[in-house]
Design a protein around this ligand. Structure first.
Ligand SMILES: *[C@@H]1O[C@H](CO)[C@@H](O)[C@H](O)[C@H]1NC(C)=O
Ligand SMILES: *[C@@H]1O[C@H](CO)[C@@H](O)[C@H](O)[C@H]1NC(C)=O
Ligand SMILES: *[C@@H]1O[C@H](CO)[C@@H](O)[C@H](O)[C@H]1NC(C)=O
Length: 216
């Protein structure tokens, strides 16, 4: 309930901030020559307020973190919310289990503003000179992860979940997860062993541990 109230009160602020982010920052989503884009197959006369409404976050009250170690991300990008196409904004709700992490990852097409809704998060990103910028955030602090840089979040509390919203200056920011990209993409163990200066056995363990098919 607490989460829902917070989401409701922050959502307007969140969208304004995401908009500001896309206007002031280096927005790269293409400009459109219409008020909004209508997905192919949908009759323009059938576009109503419903098309501009996203209700998927209602499901957040049912997110179950029991037994999970990684954050659960509920996205509202243009795939889930087609009205966002051409508007250069999107948002994701993050639910962190106790001590849960959002593993190091990159959004190739947008900067991300993260706002903490409940709990205490340790966050960080690494710039292109390999310098780490770390911070501990409490409600309702915000942090910006610059576009395309590796970043992560950790729930610092072991006895309670944490919640945050990530806001993007793209309708389709994309996510490249480092563990998956490196160990679950089919890059050969030989290449990885050389790249990480280790042996095949260690790499095989990492590949097995990061098997997305198995985890699903
Ligand atoms: C438009 O809405 C009408 C009435 O709901 C429906 O019968 C029709 O299939 C819709 N057309 C398209 C192209 O979605
Ligand atoms: C949450 O998930 C755990 C582990 O999968 C399960 O045992 C439990 O019944 C679930 N709780 C609810 C309320 O669905
Ligand atoms: C990943 O898990 C699936 C299902 O258990 C298995 O079929 C597949 O061989 C595994 N892949 C690797 C690279 O271990």
């Amino acid at each position: 309930m607490y989460y829902c109230t917070l989401v409701c009160s922050f959502i307007a602020l969140a969208m304004i901030l995401a908009l500001a982010n896309s206007f002031l920052g280096n927005a790269r989503d293409p400009d459109i020559l219409k008020d909004f884009l209508i997905p192919t197959g949908l009759d323009p006369s059938n576009i109503t307020s419903q098309f501009f409404t996203y209700t998927g976050f209602r499901e957040l009250v049912n997110v179950n973190t029991t037994g999970k170690t990684a954050a659960i991300e509920t996205k509202a990008s243009m795939k889930e919310f087609p009205a966002l196409e051409g508007q250069a904004v999107s948002i994701a709700a993050l639910t962190y289990p106790p001590s849960g992490i959002n593993p190091p990852h990159v959004h190739p097409r947008a900067a991300e503003l993260l706002i903490v809704l409940q709990g205490v998060l340790e966050v960080g990103f690494v710039d292109s000179t390999n310098k780490l910028f770390k911070q501990t955030l409490q409600v309702p602090d915000m942090f910006i992860f610059p576009k395309g840089l590796v970043h992560f979040q950790v729930n610092t509390r072991s006895d309670s979940p944490a919640y945050a919203l990530g806001m993007f200056g793209s309708a389709n920011a994309g996510t490249v997860s480092l563990p998956n990209t490196v160990f679950a993409s089919g890059i050969s163990a030989e290449i990885l062993a050389k790249a990480f200066k280790t042996d095949l056995e260690t790499i095989s363990k990492l590949i097995a541990a990061n098997n997305i098919t198995k985890a699903a």
